[in-house]
Design a protein around this ligand. Structure first.
Ligand SMILES: Cc1ncc(COP(=O)(O)O)c(C=O)c1O
Length: 349
């Protein structure tokens, strides 16, 4: 059996709670390509996978992960979901939306970045959506341990006879990565239908489950004798997170590889990781990122976010302008969502 068939077999055996409508759109970015050519860059064909257009909350890449993560929670009898993140976290909105969709109460432990993004970052954007979605919000002051507060609440709920389930950071578990891997296979099928094989896929690295899923998928295809697809990862956490992106990705990829019962181990051969576009730090904007968000909006009519996709786009534009891909190449950009956080940063735009 090929590795890809083994993965599909494992996916068929893994419980999944349907939350999305698949496939998500896959489109050319001809306007952006034209603009780069007018600047003088010998730009290859550009494509975008619209994983931001998933149907829960404001959409995003976590829905596909949550299909597997929530299936596990429901199988374990969860009657309340707990999750933590920044006030402008996209993950927590998608968790709150999935919880609402499944009729399970949800409690969120949210922290403000220090210094805050704006005077009203705890009122607008993603946190506003969490409130509208009916999640119970615990605002944790800067410097306090959000995860510890969440664990203490879980113990309290258990003492009341409830069955709390803590959704891991970014839904980046082995099950979550399965969702991301299937997104990668879906993207490869969509490219095939259009008559090409992607040379590279550009993706933002946060908790790293998405990139790990893509890397495992790319390695499986390559080991099966298929195409060699480079996964261009752009870190968005920088040194604000204690584990470096390279280690986050590879730890998740190795755990995921074992979960899939694959022979050997996952390597970073197909990974091209950049730390150069984090800017001043996680959730901190910088001028080139703002220019990238504007350029894509004005050439494609597509809105990126300031914390993740805007930074990955800045990195991809840099590679395109430096001519790092041949003009006959096909480069796919992953839009993973995040738009509501723009509203908490409006003064920067
Ligand atoms: C909009 C957006 N893009 C990308 C990511 C990164 O995905 P991952 O955490 O799987 O690395 C996130 C994570 O929160 C996100 O919100």
């Amino acid at each position: 059996m090929s590795l890809v068939d083994r993965i599909r077999d494992k996916a068929a055996r893994t419980p999944r709670l349907p939350l999305g409508v698949w496939p998500t759109p896959f489109m050319p970015m001809n306007g952006l390509r034209r603009a780069l050519r007018e600047e003088g860059a010998d730009c290859p064909a550009l494509w975008v996978k619209r994983e931001d257009l998933t149907p829960l909350g404001a959409g995003g890449n976590k829905v596909r992960k949550l299909e597997y993560v929530l299936a596990k929670a429901v199988a374990e009898g969860a009657d309340v979901l707990l999750n933590t993140g920044e006030v402008q976290s996209n993950q927590v909105v998608q968790t709150a939306a999935a919880a609402a969709h499944e009729g399970i109460p949800c409690e969120l432990f949210l922290g403000r970045t220090d210094p805050p993004l704006s005077e009203d970052d705890q009122e607008t954007g993603n946190i506003l959506l969490c409130r509208i979605l009916g999640a119970r919000i615990h605002l944790v002051p800067p410097g306090e341990d959000r995860a510890a507060a969440m664990r203490a609440r879980a113990e309290e709920l258990k003492a009341e006879g409830r069955r709390p389930y803590v959704i891991p950071r970014g839904s980046s578990t082995a099950e979550g990565a399965l969702g991301s891997l299937l997104c990668f296979f879906e993207l490869m099928e969509q490219a095939k239908e259009r008559g090409f094989v992607p040379d590279a896929v550009a993706v933002t690295v946060g908790s790293a489950g998405t990139t790990a899923g893509f890397l495992v998928g790319a390695q499986a295809l390559s080991l099966d004798g298929g195409p060699e697809v480079t996964i261009c990862g752009f870190d968005s956490f920088g040194t604000d997170y204690p584990v470096l992106a390279q280690d986050r990705i590879m730890q998740h990829a190795e755990e995921f590889w074992r979960f899939l019962e694959m022979p050997g181990s996952c390597t970073d051969r197909l990974l091209r990781l950049s730390y150069d576009f984090v800017g001043p730090g996680y959730s901190r904007p910088y001028p080139a990122m703002i220019d990238a968000v504007r350029l894509v909006a004005r050439t494609e009519g597509m809105i990126l976010d300031p914390n993740y996709t805007g930074k990955a786009m800045t990195g991809m534009l840099d590679m395109l302008r430096r001519g790092l891909f041949p003009p006959q190449a096909n480069v796919v950009y992953m839009h993973t969502g995040g738009l509501p956080a723009l509203f908490a940063m409006r003064r920067h735009f």
